[in-house]
Design a protein around this ligand. Sequence first.
Ligand code: FES
Length: 371
Amino acid sequence: MSHTPPPPEGLLAELTHRCPLACPYCSNPVALDAPRAEMSTDDWKRIFSEAAEMGVLHLHLSGGEPCSRRDLAELTAHAVEAGLYTNLITSGVGLTRELFDRLVAAGLDHLQLSIQGVDAPQADWIGGYKGGYAKKREVAAWVTAEGLPLTVNAVIHRGNVEDAPRMVDLAVELGARRVEIAHTQYYGWALKNRAKLMPTREQSDRAYAAVEARRAHYLGQVVIDHVAPDYHARFPKACMSGWGRQTLNVSPSGKVLPCHSAEIIPGLEFWNAREKPLAEIWAHSPAFEAFRGFDWMQEPCRSCERKGQDFGGCRCQAMALLGDASACDPACTKSPHHGLVNEIAARDSEGPVEGFAPRRYARQEEIPTPA
Ligand code: FES
């Protein structure tokens, strides 16, 4: 692509990879940035200013757990001043009342809270954090009392798939205006746990239908974003709404990535926001140019009538399953390799969910499997 692409709408700032939770479905890379590699407050402020100048509208403050950063309120205030709409993506664990008040005073626009289950035994087991469920309820109450818009998001897998519709009920009970129900994406750490987390096709289909049925039930009360299970879908998801089209990620150490998993693709060259202006990286970085537009596509994507809808699916999934990042995402039924996805899904959904590898950033307590 030789012309300058339109500016991105959103920037996902992975402020830190530190996280108190140990979710087995974590899609962050297997190798995480150490705290000493994290960018400084001034680095992040400059990046936020550059983002606003180049036309970014939405800033997602994420991680790891962004509340692990001591400068979170200061960074939020700077982003708000720069004119960005700020969304804090948090587990709620690590968010104190004092920090919450400072974030509100800084002008935080929106909070997105993750939930791992519909009750404490299930949620604390999956999140690997005792007391996590109670803390999330407390945080949701602060957010709604403050009148701040709340989104609740839940990742679905074999350990909670039967509860997917109840996740929507819980989000409504917590006062969310939006709920995101997303089936696990098998990248990064989650890929290691695929054989423990994959639901059966019957479970997926049942959960999907039950969540869709909640749409009509809660019409006008809550908006439901529903991310289908890749391995049981007909067509792939439009990952990142297309590579280098709408959003960019900045890693804790400043690497600017087209998606959070892009580093699994060998040969891509990532530029660093500590060294180059964000607008230059967005427009010219080899990593962004690699799969932008349609020229890189192979068949069947190249001549597919859906290529403007799903953009060939997910580059990281094509890499992880086929070893070729420019192949059609094998989650697509048009892929000549779609049979592989069916085989993996059937094989990996057989065993018990117990025994998954929790993602532990630091030493954390073991939580027993609920009875
Ligand atoms: Fe990288 Fe989908 S996660 S393109």
